[in-house]
Design a protein around this ligand. Structure first.
Ligand code: R5P
Length: 304
């Protein structure tokens, strides 16, 4: 057991916390979370935290509003109970996509969420493949050393381990411009070319994708994206790639949010594989994110 390092998980982070503690050789503690009869969240830290370096893990996805309140209450309690350092690991950061006032009068939600974190005086915050396109200095915004890790290398390990037969004829595909960053990393890891498609969002649930001349004929497309929400982006990307003669498709995403009947719709595509990391728990969360987080913490906290 590594002296003084304690790992705790919230209601959406227990699975990652347990793996992290094992990977880091740290103590795993418990936090009790329940509801008051009126719906308010109750949090009680059961572990002894005074004087310790504490890593607290919680994702803000299944019921993001409640998860956010739970996370803020717990982190504040940890400080208040005398933890020497508090490091927050938020594998899925809610509200990150509303990072601008797209229409007059809208709340810039990520700025508000960041203010709440800033008030806690944390030592550091770790998240995974968060939308940071328009945020230049997340450490200043969130008021703590901020690291945006990637889950794409873990997804690439899965593809190499479980689908070695496709590597010779694979082309990595990012379904839209923003996905170029993830496609590039996946292509580097697999040693293949990558292509980026053009996406036009028609509404919150509808998109149109063009694959203009992507060289996918007779190839296996390894489509990679940060989030699958309604599944609309992936369904359109597969349609466009098949029109260009793509032989088969495999889909890998970091955050399998999968709202409504997205999973059922995606199953109909008859993909070679449909896989996500466990930043968000879903039927396709088969790739653990803990190794990527453990590696970062090991270096940053000097645990080597
Ligand atoms: C958006 O830019 C993201 O990178 C994803 O492509 C998007 O969130 C996927 O959403 P959906 O599954 O609803 O198309």
């Amino acid at each position: 057991m590594r002296g003084g390092l304690l790992v705790l998980g919230g209601s959406q982070g227990e699975h990652v916390a347990a793996q992290l503690a094992a990977l880091l050789g740290a103590e795993l503690g418990e936090v009790e979370v329940s509801r008051f009869p009126d719906g308010e969240t109750y949090v009680r830290v059961l572990a002894e935290v005074e004087g310790k370096r504490v890593v607290y893990v919680n994702s803000l996805q299944r019921g993001p509003n409640e998860a956010l309140v739970e996370t803020l209450l717990t982190l504040d309690a940890l400080k208040d109970l005398g933890a020497r350092e508090v490091h927050a690991v938020v594998p899925y950061m809610a509200y990150a996509r509303q990072d601008e006032r797209f229409k007059p009068g809208e709340a810039v939600s990520v700025a508000t969420v960041a203010k709440l974190f800033r008030a806690l005086g944390l030592s550091s915050i770790y998240t995974v493949d968060m939308h940071l396109h328009r945020i230049r200095d997340p450490s200043a915004l969130f008021g703590a050393s901020f690291r945006n890790l990637t889950g794409v290398r873990e997804l690439a390990k899965h593809v190499k381990r479980h689908h070695p037969e496709v590597l010779g004829k694979a082309v990595v595909v990012g379904p839209d411009e923003e996905a170029e960053q993830w496609a590039r990393v996946m292509a580097e890891e697999l040693g293949t070319e990558y292509a980026v498609l053009e996406k036009k969002r028609l509404s919150a649930t509808e998109v149109r994708i063009e694959a203009h001349g992507a060289n996918v004929k007779g190839k296996v497309a390894v489509i990679v994206d940060d989030i699958i929400s309604t599944g609309g982006t992936i369904i359109e990307a597969v349609r466009a790639l098949r029109q260009l003669g793509c032989e088969a498709a495999l889909v890998a995403c970091v955050h399998p949010v999968l709202v409504g009947n997205a999973y059922a719709k995606l199953l109909k595509l008859q993909l070679l594989d449909l896989v996500g990391t466990d930043t968000v728990l879903s039927p396709i969360s088969r790739v653990p994110i803990a190794p990527a987080i453990a590696e970062a913490l090991r270096g940053d906290l000097g645990l080597d």
